[in-house]
Design a binder for this molecule. Sequence first.
Ligand SMILES: *Cc1c(COP(=O)(O)O)cnc(C)c1O
Length: 350
Amino acid sequence: MTHFPLRLRLDGAALVANWRWLARRSAGAACGAAVKANGYGTGAAPVVERLLAAGCRDFFVSTWNEADGLPGLLGDGPGGPALSVLHGVQEGDMARALASPARPVLNTPLQVRRWREAAGGRPCDVMLDTGMNRLGISGEDVAAGLLDGLAIETVLSHLACADEDTDMNARQRERFAALSAAVPARRRSLANSAGICLGDAYCFDLTRPGLALYGGIPRPEAAGQIRPVVEVQAQIVQRRRVEAGGAIGYNATYVADRPIEVAILNIGYADGYLRGFSDRGRARAGEAVLPVLGRVSMDLTAIGVDAAPALAEGDWVTLDYDLPAAAAQSGLSQYELLTGLGDRHERLWT
Ligand SMILES: *Cc1c(COP(=O)(O)O)cnc(C)c1O
């Protein structure tokens, strides 16, 4: 077996507990799961497998490549698990889309025409724009009859500011309620993780959490409820002593003011341990807290190990990766912290 020098320990029980909490908060709506970007960096296939077993039936990816990476997970009967492809169908996607059991989420008038002409009445989903101005069909196009005659399973929209307390949330919800009433779809879906926390009125028939499944805290309501899923572990490649006045790493940003013990870890920004952790991140070995010293490099990071005299070459340490805390520390979003985790990590589900 390949030896991976880095690993992510992924807590499958926490993933399922997070989905169950989000499902309970979904006010009677079905609770789906966004598994795009390889399950936010954790591994889409193992996530789908665990959530299917827990009862989740609606999954969302962004592209047809991602859909094709989840073979055999979809039944074809009604009520069977369903996969929706959020980017819809470009011309070059059509052959694969027609061969796939997944549904496109149609976002533009051109995508609607393309599906209408080629798919022979097969079901699709439709995204409406309710003010984010990212993807989706406008209210004018709905009123002009663009969607007439389509077999629409789910009509969706997406909240721009659900992680904030702003009037925009209620305005988007009202716009969605009004617009979607004119769309003959079986189900309506608006809320992502943060949207679920906004309350029952945002949940409609189906919710689509991503971040909170993987341990992200989208809003204060989820704190203490959502459990961490991802633990990042790296190995010591070298341990050394740095004398007073010695500098560490690129651009010598850290200069020791006394003799210190340093360990060099085999993780860096190419693994998703980004430069925002330079001089700010922390690792742990048992009880010992080990600060990042100097710049994070592409493949290596230095930590101070005065507090752990026994740590040696080849030993593993755990990096602090509590998502809200690490986001505050590094200036990165919780989403970036998850999706950046690279493929040099072994992903070990427990
Ligand atoms: C990514 C995404 C989600 C999930 O959002 P989170 O904030 O991660 O919960 C839901 N819906 C759409 C359309 C998305 O693109």
